[in-house]
Design a protein around this ligand. Structure first.
Ligand code: ADP
Length: 287
């Protein structure tokens, strides 16, 4: 069965698809997953996942529907819990973090962004600062107002500052949601298909903003991305999940191989090189 085949690959050191050692270096990982297993009832959704993420890396999680990508993100965010195994965040078990500590460390941005509530944009961005405020509402960061101003400037939100969310388009709300996670100043950012509802221009804008911000602030990013071409272009590393197991991890060049994508998604891919930047891109052949 497929499952046992990939299971063997994910745990065997000589796994030809496992390129994780190339970036391991001597640094301490931000995240380390050891033998992580998640079940829903009888169904095992993630099987004995072993994975390390180094500081400042940008990982794309890819794989077919139902392969466990969102579940993995929920475990990393601490909103779901595994039955077996352990997640270490900065060398410390994730379950020992308080909610406030976790919110100061990790931010999450989903595909829907924010609900269309009647809150002005400026106030929503300020909510990103909650983990740093004391019970009187005083921010640990004396320049928090300046930070919010800079974020609005950068994300073209200045003109929308006083507009309530329920008067914005889905794409504008997603920009506000992104601003809110920037205000949170996380060390680790988890993204679940953040560009799904954005038009093609904003998809690129979004990824460019993210790329600039993460490099400036040395943020570690883990993003579930459906679009393999965006993933290959913006992520340094890709993790491919198949039926709850790591099928492969490596650079976009290592993963964007016709044989790998054929196996992973059951498609007929053709890989070409981007004309301007040196990354592989996917085209689909006819069936
Ligand atoms: P992906 O993000 O790769 O599409 P998911 O992590 O959403 O995959 O889901 C993996 C599997 O876990 C699916 O079979 C899904 O039906 C199941 N699953 C996800 N969340 C739940 C839940 N809360 N309760 C029961 N089953 C779930």
């Amino acid at each position: 069965m497929m499952l046992s085949k990939w299971k063997k690959r994910s745990t065997t050191p000589s796994n030809p698809y496992d390129h994780s050692s190339t970036s391991a270096g001597h640094r301490h990982p931000v995240l380390q997953l050891k033998e992580l297993t998640k079940r829903y009832g009888e169904q095992t959704v993630l099987h004995e996942i072993n994975w390390s993420v180094q500081p400042g890396e940008c990982w794309g999680i890819v794989g077919p529907n139902g392969s466990g990508k969102t579940t993995l993100l929920q475990l990393l965010a601490g909103t779901e819990h595994a039955q077996q195994g352990e997640i270490f965040l900065q060398q410390r078990p994730l379950h020992t973090y308080s909610r406030r500590e976790l919110a100061q460390h990790t931010a999450v941005l989903g595909q829907e962004g924010l609900a269309p509530l009647h809150y002005p944009v400026k106030e929503v961005l300020a909510m990103g600062r909650y983990p740093y405020q004391n019970w009187l509402g005083h921010d640990q960061l004396a320049t928090a107002d300046q930070l919010l101003d800079e974020i609005m400037e950068r994300l073209d939100l200045k003109e929308l500052a006083d507009r309530p969310l329920d008067q914005l388009s889905g794409g504008q709300r997603q920009r506000v949601a992104f601003g809110k996670v920037m205000a949170q100043q996380p060390k680790l950012l988890l993204l679940d298909e953040p560009t799904t509802y954005l038009d093609i221009a904003y998809q690129v804008h979004f990824m460019e903003w993210l790329d600039t911000w993460r490099r400036e602030s040395n943020i570690t990013v883990i993003a579930v991305l459906h679009d393999l071409n965006l993933a290959a272009r913006y992520c340094d590393r890709l993790l491919a999940l198949q039926e709850g197991q790591i099928m492969m991890q490596g650079t976009p060049e290592q993963l964007m191989e016709e044989s790998v994508l054929k196996q992973l998604f059951r498609i007929r891919p053709a890989i070409v090189h981007h004309p301007d930047i040196d990354v592989p891109q996917l085209l689909l052949k006819r069936r």
